[in-house]
Design a protein. Sequence first.
Length: 95
Amino acid sequence: MMIARVGEFGSIQRNHSEHNQVKSNDDLLTDSMDWSQQKANIIEYTNSIQYRTRTEWQQKLETVGFHLKATLDYDQNPKRNPQALYYAVFQLNAK
């Protein structure tokens, strides 16, 4: 998707540095670039992604005025749910 600039990667050149704090590279995925360079750029980009744990998300949301209403967990077996996916419902606190 990055090579074809599809979906969220459609504007990767413009958004690459501002969203992920990685140095800008104007020809990040140009057609003239060989596969080795494209692969290196993809690895650099994916390494810049900062994932959060559910506890971190809950703390961040509570800090800005939300409270946890419910959580629905997928299978917690790491072999069947390696990404530890879950749903959480938050509600904005009444003012």
